[in-house]
Every structure is written in structure tokens, then in C-alpha cells.
Design a protein around this ligand. Structure first.
Ligand code: GRF
Length: 213
């Protein structure tokens, strides 16, 4: 079986740590997959340098949100087609993809969210705000969700989740750090399942098929 060809999309204002986790997991052959392209919406993104140092091709599409979705998506789709990308992994992309991209890659776009969806997700729930909201709510558990992407923020079929307990003395920072460790473990696992052809989407549910003998 051929390796699944992955493009990682990010806005390029964050750490790029999930991008790194995906690249390294593939390079360690924990998934039958290869990150063939990292696309940043910010040409100055430190993540571009990290990806290049790990031997991955990078592309900056410098299209502000105000320029409209086509300015970003037309070069994006061209780049994805040219590299025969099978799977898109969002890793801190702060923009919505239009139906043009979603329909072309239906159930082939994943996102990671630092909470247990459907709680603490949707527009406005990103970064520190997610963990602040978890602490304010008094919830005893939070975690990580990897899901397929649909038309709504943080809404598509859930592929995998991991639970992280909230501790009494947690701050948004300490909680975020423990959640992030789980992100780096879970995202490559979800990608590995996809690469093995084991994810079957049935409505809002994702069935994980048994491993081939
Ligand atoms: C992560 O917390 C992820 O769950 C969310 O955006 C953040 C990106 O962090 N979607 P990083 O840039 O991968 O470190």
C-alpha cells in the first residue's frame, strides 16, 4: 500500500507543535503516511522553518481574510492537486474552508481541538480561551478531539478523543500543557488509522474498523 500523502495547513501564528508531531510520527513510521507539504497563511511563520529543517516542502499563501476565500483556496487547491495530497490535517488554521475545498476533500480533512467536543468548541473557542472556559465551568475532565472537518467550526464527525483530568490547582497554562501532550499523541494515531483505511464515516459517527490481519 502506498503511503498516505498529507498536507498540514496552519495559520502560522502559533507554535506549530502539532505539525511537528505529525511530521516526526510519520518519519518514525508510526503511520503509513508522509507529510508532503506544509502550507502557512503567514510567510514569517517559525513553523515553516521547522518543517523545512525536517525535510518537508513548505508553501506560504499570504492571503489575508479580507482578500476573500478564493485568494487562499485557489493556490491551495492547485498545490494539493499537484502533490496528490490524500489527507489534509489542520493544525492551528484560523480560517474556515469553503464548500469548494470541503467537497473536494470530504472526510479527508482532519482537525484537532484542545477539548472534548461538542463541549468547549465552536467559534471563539481557541487557544487559551478553551482552557479558561473549562476551568470556569468547573468541569473535572477535558481533553482532545480529532475530527473530520465540515461546514461548521469544531463540528464534523469525531474520530478520536483522549481525556485529561482537571486538577484543583490548574491554571489555563498548566492545563493547556497537559492537553498539548495528549494532542501530540492522539493526532498521529488518528492519521495512522486513516492511512490504514480504518475510518468509516456513517452520518455523524466514525466507525474504526479492525486492523487488517
Ligand atoms: C492546538 O491547541 C490545536 O488543538 C488547535 O490549535 C493549537 C495549535 O497548536 N487547533 P500548535 O501550533 O500545533 O502548537
Amino acid at each position: 500500500m502506498e503511503r498516505t500523502r498529507i498536507a498540514v495547513l496552519l495559520s502560522g501564528h502559533g507554535r506549530g507543535s502539532n505539525m511537528r508531531a505529525l511530521i516526526e510520527a510519520c518519519q518514525r513510521e508510526e503511520a503509513r503516511a508522509e507529510v508532503v507539504l506544509v502550507v502557512s497563511a503567514n510567510p514569517e511563520a517559525p513553523a515553516l522553518r521547522v518543517a523545512a529543517d525536517l525535510g518537508v516542502e513548505t508553501l506560504a499563501i499570504d492571503a489575508p481574510l479580507s482578500a476573500g476565500e478564493e485568494a487562499y483556496e485557489t493556490p491551495l487547491l492547485q498545490a494539493l492537486e499537484a502533490r496528490r495530497v490524500d489527507l489534509i490535517c489542520l493544525a492551528g488554521l484560523m480560517r474556515k474552508l469553503s464548500p469548494r475545498v470541503l467537497n473536494r476533500y470530504r472526510n479527508r480533512i482532519m482537525n484537532i481541538h484542545p477539548a472534548l467536543l461538542p463541549a468547549f468548541g465552536g467559534q471563539g473557542y481557541y487557544g487559551r480561551r478553551v482552557h479558561e472556559a473549562v476551568l470556569e465551568s468547573g468541569a473535572r475532565f477535558t481533553g482532545v478531539t480529532v475530527h473530520f472537518v465540515d461546514e461548521e467550526y469544531d463540528h464534523g464527525p469525531i474520530i478520536a478523543q483522549a481525556v485529561v483530568p482537571v486538577q484543583d490547582d490548574d491554571t489555563p497554562e498548566t492545563l493547556a500543557a497537559r492537553v498539548l501532550e495528549e494532542e501530540h499523541r492522539l493526532y498521529p494515531q488518528a492519521v495512522a488509522l486513516f492511512a490504514e483505511g480504518r475510518l468509516q464515516v456513517e452520518g455523524r459517527r466514525v466507525r474504526v474498523l479492525p486492523a487488517a490481519e
